[in-house]
Design a binder for this molecule. Structure first.
Ligand SMILES: C[S@@+](CC[C@H](N)C(=O)[O-])C[C@H]1O[C@@H](n2cnc3c(N)ncnc32)[C@H](O)[C@@H]1O
Length: 209
């Protein structure tokens, strides 16, 4: 995937790929590993997604190539020039211009999607609440949030998992089930499902919470 950034006034976090943006590629490839317990869940064919905090778009473009029917890559206005640049640059590989949109977490859209993957977006304590609210607003009751996660800020980490535990059942994908070529030791992949009344409440938020 080609990801370069034109010179813009965008914040430094957006226009470069962060390490967790490799996470979708670390998901199991069903054709290669049908025994993988996450093979069905992470078979993206026929599914739709919204990526929150897409940055330069590496994760979203990777997910699209893994079979998603539809994906919208979202971020704040300042990041759009870099994101659009990369989507245009990769159009020959992607086969079309993948959709993009401005979604500010403080203004969560009232729309339901089947899958909502944010990658490496938990790094500022102040934005944790809006991010969790946006995840909750966008994901359908039977959908999942696929989260690529790396600890960046202890304060944001603590708050993020406390808030997630109130809303979601949290499942960590074991590293042994991730693709060895793309998995990073420091980055994890989590599957978050909305808590249902009478449904399972056990979860696997990081131990340090
Ligand atoms: C650390 S970067 C990660 C980018 C990309 N997901 C990756 O892994 O390479 C975090 C992204 O979240 C976006 N972001 C931060 N606060 C946001 C907010 N309140 N609403 C929407 N996007 C936000 C930033 O602009 C940035 O692109």
């Amino acid at each position: 995937m080609k990801t370069t950034a034109p010179s813009t006034s965008a914040p430094p976090s957006g226009p470069v790929p962060w390490s967790s943006s490799n996470s979708p590629s670390a998901g199991p490839h069903t054709s290669r590993d049908a025994q993988n317990p996450y093979a069905n869940l992470l078979d993206f064919h026929g599914k739709r997604a919204v990526e929150l905090g897409a940055g330069c778009g590496a994760a979203g473009m990777g997910l699209y190539l893994l079979g998603l029917t539809d994906i919208v890559l979202t971020d704040i206005p300042a990041v759009m020039p870099a994101l659009k640049h990369n989507l245009k640059r990769n159009k020959p590989v992607l086969g079309k211009t993948v959709k993009h949109a401005i979604v500010h977490w403080n203004k969560a859209a009232d729309q339901a999607k089947s899958l909502s993957p944010p990658y490496d977006v938990v790094y500022i304590e102040e934005t944790v609440g809006p991010l969790v609210s946006t995840m909750e607003a966008l994901v359908k009751d039977d959908g999942v949030v696929l989260l690529g996660y790396q600890l960046r800020s202890p304060e944001a980490h603590q708050l993020f998992w406390e808030m997630c535990e109130r809303v979601f059942v949290i499942e960590k994908v074991p590293h042994q089930d991730l693709h060895p070529d793309y998995a990073y030791e420091e980055a994890d992949v989590f599957v978050l499902r909305k808590k249902q009344k009478g449904g399972p409440t056990h979860d696997a938020a990081p131990d340090s919470v």
